[in-house]
Design a protein around this ligand. Sequence first.
Ligand code: SF4
Ligand code: SF4
Length: 99
Amino acid sequence: MTEESYKGIPRNKIPWYPTIDYEKCINCGKCVEYCTLGAYEFEEKDGKKRPVVKNPYNCVVLCTGCQSQCPAGAISHPSKEKTRKIIKKLQEDYDTKTL
Ligand code: SF4
Ligand code: SF4
């Protein structure tokens, strides 16, 4: 994992990472190339290679860079607004714990 924590919260508590819609994905590999943090990898399935979100917590919180690179519109992320609220709530929880 590249970032162990985000604003004092363990990174793996924050549900932020891309999701691939395989109904739309055309296996072009742009996402795998584009994300230099290694969130994606190609994986072999039924003799075919396809991208998978192998390291979801390598994804930078609130980044959506790869989404606009996908020519098939197959990549989505959670709502930023909802995620900000989740982060705020988690920060409060972690602040209370450290008191
Ligand atoms: S960029 Fe989009 S279409 Fe290309 S491999 Fe990634 S998810 Fe599939
Ligand atoms: S949103 Fe950004 S950090 Fe996350 S997988 Fe895509 S390019 Fe990588």
